[in-house]
Design a binder for this molecule. Sequence first.
Ligand code: IPD
Ligand code: CA
Ligand code: CA
Length: 256
Amino acid sequence: MLERIISIVRRAGETILQARDIESAAQEKSSAADLVTKYDLAVQEFLRRELLFLVPQAGFLGEEGDGCAPDREWVFIVDPIDGTTNFVRGCHHSAISVALARNGVVEYGVVYNPFANELFSAERGRGAWCNGAPIRVSTRDLAHAIFHSGSTIYDRSFTPRSFAIMRYLYDSALDFRRLASAALDLCYVACGRAEVFFECRLLPWDYAAGMLIVEEAGGHVTTLDGQAPNVLQTSGILAVNDRCAELWQVTKSIQE
Ligand code: IPD
Ligand code: CA
Ligand code: CA
């Protein structure tokens, strides 16, 4: 199953690599920071068709609408382009994110950055890989950690909490990054390029696949209060390596 999903996702990546004149294809959704292009729609339509051909009994939950039956036993959770603003601006850090969940538990996850030709994948209980090679979270402690954060730019009511947590991490860790693709942020924790990632509000398609990839690489993913996320719902997300596993106590305590 994982190999078949990977093959579909790699084919979908060709649409992203062939995209031209992207900025003129962009439209605003909820705000000027929240964009969609005809390429997001084309990639999602391709994935919907191919993934439901692979598992016809599955439901489909995708960022760009046209979802069906998210209450089925098996559900695909899909972001056709995570990092759309990067994509529109020619910053080659965006990814396709596909998770397949069974009864609300992610069993397979694939995150693919076609620009870098990096494909992260995981299967529950079997491990996590980047282009087929096993990956693990790092063993660095918080003092030596790179943290990634989202800015929750689509909902500025989270700004005080986001920046309070960032301030704590800035003072406690080595340095920070804001790379603007939550799915790739999670994969970067999984392969040890970063130790911590958090964002105060993410949607299922932003984190479902990356969450499994982090967990199968030996890391931990919780809400900012240290709970197991419900992968079919909007949630704050904290991903850490094992050395930073207690960080949820800090994020829980910062409630601005
Ligand atoms: C966004 C990216 C971004 C995160 C936002 C997401 P999109 O997804 O993952 O890093 O900060 O919260 O919505 O809109 O580019 O698919
Ligand atoms: Ca997204
Ligand atoms: Ca998206």
